[in-house]
Design a binder for this molecule. Structure first.
Ligand code: PEP
Ligand code: MG
Length: 564
């Protein structure tokens, strides 16, 4: 039997596991903007920032803080139980035993009573009481003669830190032990989102954010129900609560009532049935009833997304946002790392086309090691191809990896944020240099099809000249809308003005497609508008050759095309 924090044997007393005190939260509904339809129910994981420092704050209701501690103990014990099971499988029972000891420590009455005492006598917040008690107990153990007891100092620090993390919502940072959860946060950046294990995310719910941000795009790519702009007070929401996120209704319900749960279950069942019916479209052509066809490809952000592409029967990959390989890390990915990633994608896709966009870093996609510096207007700033042309050593590393991977499959390269023919010519000069270097080093490679994104009004206006230079166009309607309508796609307040159905945008698309066709080139759409089934008919009529959409949208767009 393990020993208790005060040196006595653990009694193995069962923690009484009180429910959250937040009764007023029961069944509380909040509305938000839907990023991806779909409905899910599960446990909440609150992600809070700027919580590294534990602040001591006065509270009025000590019992509420004690309830919070008890809830955090409950969540911590569940995490530790999961860690124990994982460790038993991976490293054996004896090494895993420590997680069992930690669970028992969390039942120790002396430790818990000391925390409650601090809360009640000082009227302070739970985080502070746990941290200070943890420090006191650790100090006490460290000062003991017994070596075994001295070693408990680290354990008590560990369990206290876990409790604080769970109290402040930072428990979510420990993704290895996390059960599939609904992530609730103030906001999420693309670099935070890419680091998350997608299998463990049931939904995203954020206070801020815009439907056109890259975090929203990632949620769509992963088919995760997501809501943004939800006006909720994160201080009242705790990790471990239950929630229903209903993307279709644009609402989230915390601590749903029995009735709300059963309604949600019905909707979940209906949705599953709809998805099952969509599966029947797999292997079918993207053909209208009068015999016109269109390619439907998928957008991805990482190698692991290829699974979603195949699952949804996309005809190819129309946009691999390679910049996601650069996010959520401390240094540039090497040529070899990139080569392996691109090669794996093209090989997995076999004969199917894989269009890899060169890095589109900048604006909301920030990686500190690029040292881009602060800009007043980052969306109009030093980003994407501009970085590549100004810092060709970064560009060349990626091009070498791409040209090498092209030798292994049906790869195409696409350049983002183009505004002129001069840029394309400069790019070609650099590509030639890279080709020469690879030739001299006798490294297998190939210059593949090269196209550009049309996502600036300038590119639209000179698309007749650009069409002569490149192999294809892919229209980035997200940025094209932002730059044409002069509306920051990140700005939540402008959501109602951001109208990708604006006549100006639709006329631009038509102009680009016509200019491509005049030169015998193809033109597609890889912005989010490509998945808008209200416009599918219009796109086919315009002669758009390809639509590249989030993987879960592939079959929905196919369904639309087939009923046209
Ligand atoms: C676009 O701008 O439409 C696009 C596809 O690129 P991103 O959303 O990554 O900027
Ligand atoms: Mg773009």
């Amino acid at each position: 039997m393990a020993e208790g924090l005060s040196g006595k044997k653990f009694s193995g007393k069962k923690f009484s596991g009180k429910k959250f005190s937040g009764k007023k939260f029961s069944g509380k509904k909040f509305s938000g903007k839907t990023v991806y339809n779909g409905i899910t129910m599960g446990k909440v994981m609150v992600l809070r920032k700027d919580q590294e420092q534990i602040r001591r704050t006065k509270v009025e209701n000590a019992e509420h803080e004690i309830d919070r501690v008890q809830s955090a103990v409950d969540v911590s014990k569940q995490q530790l139980a999961a860690l124990y099971d994982k460790a038993v499988k991976e490293v054996g029972e004896s090494s895993a035993a420590i997680f069992e000891v930690h669970q028992m420590m969390l039942e120790d009455e002396d430790y818990l009573d000391a925390i409650y005492h601090v809360i009640r006598t000082e009227m302070v917040n739970a985080e502070y009481a746990v941290a200070i008690t943890g420090d006191n107990f650790a100090g006490m153990f460290a000062g003991m003669d017994d070596e075994y007891m001295q070693a408990r100092a680290a354990d008590v620090k560990d369990i206290s830190a876990r409790l604080v993390r769970n109290l402040s919502g930072q428990g979510a940072v420990d993704f290895s032990t996390m059960e599939p959860s609904i992530i609730v946060a103030e906001d999420l950046s693309p670099s935070e989102t890419v680091q998350m294990d997608k299998k463990k995310i049931l939904a995203f719910v954020t206070v801020h954010g815009s439907t056109n941000s890259h975090t929203a795009i990632l949620a769509r790519m992963m088919s995760i129900p997501a809501l943004i702009g939800v006006e909720m007070d994160l201080n009242q929401i705790q990790t471990g609560m239950t929630a229903v996120v209903d993307g279709t209704a644009g609402e989230v319900i915390f601590e749903p009532t029995e009735f709300q749960c059963s309604e949600a279950e019905k909707k979940i069942k209906n949705e599953k049935e709809k998805l099952r019916l969509l599966q029947e479209l797999k292997g079918k052509k993207n053909e209208t009833s009068d015999g016109r066809t269109i390619n439907i490809y998928a957008n991805i952000g990482s190698v692991s997304d290829v699974g979603y592409v195949l699952e949804n029967d996309a005809g190819g990959i129309g946009l691999f946002r390679s910049e996601f390989l650069y996010l959520g890390r401390d240094d540039f990915p090497s040529e070899e790392e990139q080569f392996q990633a691109y090669k794996q994608v093209v090989q997995t896709m076999g004969q199917k086309k894989v269009i890899i966009r060169t890095l589109d870093i900048g604006a909301d996609k920030q990686a500190d090691y690029f040292e881009l510096g602060k800009e007043d207007n980052p969306a109009l700033g030093y980003r994407a191809i501009r970085i590549c042309l100004k810092q060709p050593e970064i560009f060349k590393t990626q091009l070498r990896a791409l040209l090498r991977a092209a030798a292994y499959g049906n790869l195409s390269i696409m350049y983002p944020m183009i505004i002129s023919t001069e840029e394309v010519k400069q790019i070609y000069t650099i590509v030639k240099e890279v080709e020469q270097e690879l030739k001299e080093a006798q490294i297998p490679h190939r210059i593949p099809e090269q196209g550009i994104m049309i996502e600036t009004p300038a590119a639209v206006m000179v698309s007749d000249e650009l069409a002569e230079l490149v192999d294809f166009f892919s229209i980035g309607t997200n940025d094209l809308t932002q730059y044409t309508l002069a509306i920051d796609r990140q700005n939540q307040r402008l959501e109602d003005f951001y109208n990708p159905h604006h006549k100006a945008i639709l006329r631009m698309i038509k102009m680009v497609v016509d200019n491509a066709h005049k030169c015998g080139k193809w033109a597609g759409i890889c912005g989010e508008l490509g998945a808008d089934t209200e416009l599918t008919q219009e796109f086919v009529n315009m002669g758009v050759d390809e639509l590249s959409v989030a993987p879960p949208m592939v079959l929905r767009v196919r369904e639309k095309v087939r009923t046209m």
